[in-house]
Design a protein around this ligand. Structure first.
Ligand SMILES: Nc1ncnc2c1ncn2[C@@H]1O[C@H](COP(=O)(O)OP(=O)(O)O)[C@@H](O)[C@H]1O
Ligand SMILES: [Mg+2]
Length: 348
C-alpha cells in the first residue's frame, strides 16, 4: 500500500509536532496542521478563499470523546468532515490508526469507510425516505459484504435495540416518515453503529430533534462509546452538554482551535477570552431546553473570508492588547497552560 504510512513513520514526527496536544501514545485519529480553504467564486474567477479550517492539530484516542464547540461558521463541520475524508484537506495530514489518508482516493478508502462513520445533524434529510428502516440499517453491511442474510438481520435488530427503537422487530418495516424526529435520529445512529465503527463523528446530532429526545440520543451514543470503546468527535455549539458527554473539549474560532483540555477544566477554568465569553453566554444550566439557542458574543460576527490579522479573536476580545494581539502575521499558538489544557492566547 504505497500511500499508507506505517505507525513508525507516523510516530517519527518533528519535535515541534510531537509537542502539539496529544492524548495517549497511539491515537486512533490524528489531525496534523489541517487546513481546509474553499475558493470564493464570483463568475468565472476565484476571488479569495474562505479559511474554514486554518491549521488545526488534534488527536483522538481509542474510546475517547472529544467535543468541538464554537459559534456557527467556526469550522467544526468542515474539520469533522476532513477527519472522515469526506473533504480532502488543502494542507496538513489526516491519519487513521497510523495510516496517512490525506490524499488517498476514495476507491482505496473502503477499509476506512468501514471503520469510521458519521451521524449528521438533520435526520429528515439523512435517511432515504424510500427505504425501510431495516434496509437503511442493513445497507452498510451489504456494501461491506458483512454476514449472511440471517446474520445481517440479527445485527440490524441488535443495532435497533442499542438505540432503543423498541421492540426492534416493530421498526424493521417502517419508513422514515412514520418515525418521530428523535426516532429517525436514533435510526441514523443505528445505521452508523451497525458496522461497529471505531470512530464516529456526531455533528450536532441533537440540535434538530425535539427537546424530549435529546438526552436519550446522547445517552445512546455515550453507552455505545463506553461499551464498544468508540472514539467520538461530538460537534456542538452547546458547551453545556459537552461537559457531560465528552472527555475533552476543543474550542474553535474562525478555523482555529483556540483551547483544548479536559472537559471539567475547560468549563471550570476557561482560559481563552472566547471560551470565557461562550460560557458566559450559556443562559441557564438547563441544556435540554437551550440547545437551539446560539451563544451571543458581542462584536461583529466573524467571517472566515476576512480573517483578522494577528489573533483571530482580537477584534471582539475584551482583553486584547494593542501591539501584541493585532500584529500581522502573528497568530497565537496553542501552549500547555496546565497538564493537558492548552490555550492559544498571548495572555498566557
Ligand atoms: N463547501 C463550502 N464552500 C465554501 N465555503 C464553505 C463550504 N463549507 C463550509 N464553508 C464555509 O466555511 C466556514 C466554516 O463552516 P462550517 O465548517 O460549516 O462551520 P460550523 O460547523 O462551525 O458552523 C463557513 O464560513 C462556511 O460558510
Ligand atoms: Mg456545523
Amino acid at each position: 500500500m504505497p500511500d499508507a504510512t506505517t505507525e513508525a513513520q507516523a510516530q517519527a514526527l518533528p519535535a515541534e509536532r510531537a509537542e502539539r496536544p496529544t492524548q495517549g501514545e497511539k491515537p486512533l485519529v490524528r489531525l496534523e496542521d489541517v487546513k481546509v480553504h474553499f475558493p470564493i467564486r464570483r463568475g468565472l474567477f476565484a476571488r479569495g478563499v474562505v479559511k474554514a479550517v486554518d491549521g488545526v492539530s488534534l488527536q483522538l484516542a481509542r474510546g475517547e470523546t472529544v467535543a468541538l464547540v464554537g459559534e456557527s461558521g467556526s469550522g467544526k463541520t468542515t474539520l469533522g468532515r476532513a477527519s472522515l475524508r469526506l473533504i480532502e484537506p488543502t494542507a496538513g495530514r489526516v491519519l487513521f490508526d497510523g495510516r496517512d489518508i490525506t490524499h488517498v482516493p476514495e476507491a482505496r478508502l473502503k477499509w476506512f469507510r468501514r471503520r469510521a462513520q458519521a451521524v449528521f445533524q438533520d435526520p429528515y434529510s439523512s435517511l432515504n425516505g424510500t427505504m425501510t428502516i431495516e434496509q437503511i440499517v442493513e445497507e452498510p453491511l451489504i456494501i461491506h459484504g458483512v454476514g449472511t442474510r440471517e446474520e445481517r438481520r440479527a445485527r440490524v435488530l441488535e443495532a435497533l435495540e442499542a438505540v432503543r427503537l423498541r421492540p426492534p422487530e416493530e421498526f424493521l418495516k417502517k419508513f422514515p416518515h412514520q418515525l418521530s424526529g428523535g426516532q429517525r435520529q436514533r435510526a441514523a445512529i443505528a445505521r452508523a453503529l451497525v458496522l461497529d465503527p471505531e470512530y464516529v463523528v456526531a455533528d450536532e446530532p441533537v440540535s434538530m430533534v425535539d427537546a424530549s429526545s435529546r438526552a436519550e440520543i446522547l445517552l445512546v451514543l455515550k453507552e455505545r462509546q463506553e461499551a464498544a470503546g468508540t472514539a467520538i468527535l461530538y460537534i456542538t455549539h452547546d458547551i453545556a452538554t459537552a461537559r457531560h458527554f465528552a472527555h475533552r473539549v476543543g474550542v474553535m474560532y474562525l478555523g482555529h482551535l483556540v483551547e483544548l483540555g479536559p472537559s471539567e477544566r475547560v468549563i471550570e477554568n476557561p482560559l481563552h477570552p472566547y471560551t470565557q465569553a461562550l460560557i458566559a453566554a450559556v443562559p441557564e444550566p438547563d441544556p435540554t431546553n437551550r440547545l437551539r439557542e446560539r451563544p451571543v458574543i458581542p462584536g461583529e460576527p466573524p467571517s472566515p473570508a476576512h480573517t483578522p490579522k494577528g489573533c483571530p479573536f482580537h477584534p471582539r476580545c475584551p482583553k486584547a492588547m494593542k501591539g501584541t494581539c493585532d500584529v500581522e502575521g502573528r497568530t497565537p499558538q496553542l501552549k500547555e497552560h496546565e497538564p493537558g489544557h492548552w490555550v492559544a492566547c498571548y495572555l498566557y
